[in-house]
Design a protein around this ligand. Sequence first.
Ligand SMILES: Cc1cc2nc3c(=O)[nH]c(=O)nc-3n(C[C@H](O)[C@H](O)[C@H](O)COP(=O)(O)OP(=O)(O)OC[C@H]3O[C@@H](n4cnc5c(N)ncnc54)[C@H](O)[C@@H]3O)c2cc1C
Length: 420
Amino acid sequence: MNVTTETTEPADAADHPTAIADVVILGGGLVGMTLAIGLAKAGLTSHVVDSADPASVTADGFDGRASAISTASWNLYTHFGMADELAPKGCPIDAIAVTDAMKPGRIDFRPGPEDGSLGRMYANRDLRIAMYAAAAREPAITFHPNARVVARERGAHGVSASLADGRVLKGRLLVGAEGRASPTRDEAGFHPARWGYGHRAIIGGLFHEQPHDNVAWEIFYPAGPFALLPLLDDADGSHRSALVWTVAEKDAAGVLAMSDRAFLAEIEKRMGSVFGEIRLAAPRSSYPLNFHHTVKLTEDRLALVGDAAHGLHPIAGQGLNVGLRDVAALVEVLSDGARLGLDPGDAQVLARYERWRAADTFMVAAATDSLTRLFGLPGKLPSAIRRLGMAGVQRMPPLKRWFMDEARGMSGALPELLKS
Ligand SMILES: Cc1cc2nc3c(=O)[nH]c(=O)nc-3n(C[C@H](O)[C@H](O)[C@H](O)COP(=O)(O)OP(=O)(O)OC[C@H]3O[C@@H](n4cnc5c(N)ncnc54)[C@H](O)[C@@H]3O)c2cc1C
């Protein structure tokens, strides 16, 4: 990877020409930069522009989140040469326990030995470090961090992105990968369906007395889900889990302002004594939770990937996994197109990407949205109906197997990069 820095020279585009790449990716986050790695492996060049500084986004404490990486995403990381670095840092998810407010009638998703794991938990920081390391090995990537895009052009023969310092990056296809607030998506006139849940996710880390036995807990409360996600023990053997506690937006400021003691007491109220005594392992942070989704993913010489196209509730830990499925599909259609001599911005190539991804992203978006609403219904009757439904699923192995396949991301027409 070649890394460019902002020039302090006078801003004159003609002074700062850069090589024409196959693809110009705006947003080099967990999805955009992984796309660049995949394109490089397929022999395609890219410019990647990100407004952030890689040193700050990989600093300890920048993003306290952890992500559940599905089997399909793990296969992608393996193909992209990231698995060796990531393997010792991930905590396998051997089972998922789902309960309605810790009442009786829970579902346990525990695959048999022949089925493989349900995924692995990673600190987002570790994913970013492995991603930058993999990108650094690819000369086909030119990375422009700390950069601000001031203009985007799409014409009949190519695309360009002008940076604030006068550099103009040229390519054949523009990709919007700037996450939920993607200016590329908005400027191009996409109209995603969007609504808010009135929820905010409080993120934190816990040390606990008992081992988690690689079990992820999803405990549903009317205010939103409360998830405990297994992490590897720390260097001195303390057991750890990541916490994602969804609270009503109006309560979030109060929860963030609580003393550590009061915060731990609230957590204990919600998780009971499943892990024995608990202590805080990381500072608290919070993320607003909104939904947006667009079935239309492409325009003339433009494609959207990741959260730029679909922002999901983290209830099922699928946002990044769906974004990595976008990456696998886009790399496959572009490299198939290149073999046939087609331009990366070719309308047929982009139409194939959109057809491939629209159904899957819609299904996942609809499922996570329905789950959020179903478990958010307050009252005894909805709770009783939910628990009846969960007891039914618990007793039906084929249905449980279907849910587990969905969590692994191994169902449907998979791009080759998601297969082992
Ligand atoms: C609380 C929480 C828990 C989650 N847990 C999981 C989980 O367990 N599993 C899972 O699969 N997903 C999970 N997700 C979802 C996941 O984090 C996102 O889907 C994923 O980060 C999306 O990646 P992205 O690269 O598309 O967007 P982002 O991660 O938002 O990256 C966007 C990138 O674009 C850059 N950028 C932004 N604006 C500009 C601009 N104007 N110009 C240039 N660059 C720009 C940013 O600096 C950033 O690098 C969770 C989300 C939340 C909120």
